[in-house]
Design a protein around this ligand. Structure first.
Ligand code: TRP
Length: 351
């Protein structure tokens, strides 16, 4: 499984179940890439706690939900390594070390943390410094922790959404500087931006749990139908026989992704006014159901075997820790903090 294959590390914050936006944006890609790359998928619970530290029970549930969603879409635990961030002390250790050499202004000017702080109402305007009474050290610094996530296994490639690229850039900066100072040979990872992006059916900028417009991978047919039926279509179409403009219709955008076989025919019918929006939505529901039903069934199967799911996370986390141990031994040796030679690592056992 290890060999000379290039390595991927990617991950998610566990703050709830995963939805179709996650699937199209990254999960389906990971299912393919897991066979080509030695793939690590990190459930970033500590990062989730940087914004939700007052809701640890919610994070605990979400760790399980996200794992089930991974397994449901076809992440194969015999091929890919699923691991839990908080149970990998090497990541925490690396975060502290990277913090030694990262300048505050690098964190202060990160566009992604800025946007998040704005959404959370923690800053006024653009500058993270305006929020220093509200922002925590952990949130302000989480991109450092993400650099540790990526490099504790020496990943080559990080498949992520576009919004994550500033974090990859920071990671590369940190690695360059760290290697330069200490003579380590940590890899500078490349970001791999997924092309697909799913707009929300209701016309919002994105699908999101908080906007109440998400179709979750675990949703039952009735829930899928309810979301699709409230989709915003071409507003100029009043009657089903009015000629429509598919290009401005949210349902059409979904047909382009989920109903490729009939998308042209559907566009033609819409333009001719021979299919109404309700009928067109029903066709989409069918296609979504045929995608999601096998996922839902596999998810239920794993849900009924919680011990097996535990074992997947335990084994994945152990493997990740073994990799982390190697990385940290190399770093300690180069930094000269292996004060007792070989015996140093006896102080830091890995299961
Ligand atoms: N920040 C990522 C997100 O919000 C989640 C994440 C945490 C991650 N650690 C990572 C992604 C390491 C890629 C690599 O989606």
């Amino acid at each position: 499984m290890t060999g000379k294959r290039k390595r991927i590390l990617t991950g998610d914050r566990p703050t709830g179940k995963l939805h179709l936006g996650h699937y199209v944006g990254t999960l389906n890609n990971r299912v393919k890439l897991q066979h080509e790359y030695d793939t690590f998928i990190l459930i970033a619970d500590i990062q989730a706690l940087t914004t939700h530290y007052d809701r640890p029970g919610m994070i605990r549930q979400a760790v399980r939900d996200v794992t089930l969603d991974y397994l449901a879409v076809g992440i194969d635990p015999n091929v890919a390594t699923i691991c839990v961030q908080s149970l990998i002390p090497e990541i925490a250790e690396l975060t502290v070390l990277y913090g030694l050499i990262t300048n505050m202004n690098k964190l202060r000017h990160n566009p992604t943390t800025k946007a998040e702080a704005q959404q959370l109402g923690l800053i006024q305007g653009e500058d993270l410094m305006t929020g220093f009474d509200q922002l925590t050290y952990g949130f302000f610094g989480y991109p450092i922790s993400q650099a540790a996530d990526i490099t504790f296994v020496n990943a080559d490639l990080v498949p992520v959404g576009r919004d994550q690229m500033p974090h990859i850039e920071l990671c590369r900066d940190i690695v360059k500087k760290f290697n330069g100072i200490f003579g380590t040979s940590i890899k500078e990872p490349e970001g791999l931006v997924g092309e697909a992006f799913l707009h929300a059916l209701d016309g919002s900028a994105k699908m999101s749990k908080s906007l109440n417009n998400a179709i979750f991978l675990a949703d039952e047919p009735a829930q899928i139908k309810a979301q699709v039926m409230k989709a915003v279509t071409d507003p100029a179409r009043i009657h089903p026989t009015d000629p429509g403009t598919p290009e401005i219709c949210n349902v059409y955008k979904y047909h382009q992704v989920f109903s490729k076989e009939i998308v042209e025919e559907t566009a033609k019918k819409c333009r001719a006014g021979t299919i109404g929006c309700v009928a067109c939505k029903k066709v989409l529901v069918k296609h979504l159901e045929s995608l999601l039903t096998p996922f839902r069934e596999l998810r239920k199967e794993f849900e009924s075997k919680p011990d097996e799911v535990d074992e997947i996370l335990i084994e994945g986390t152990k493997r990740a820790r073994r990799e982390g141990k190697k990385t940290l031994e190399h770093i300690r040796e180069r930094m000269g903090t292996d004060y007792f030679g070989q015996k140093t690592s006896e102080l830091l056992p890995v299961p």
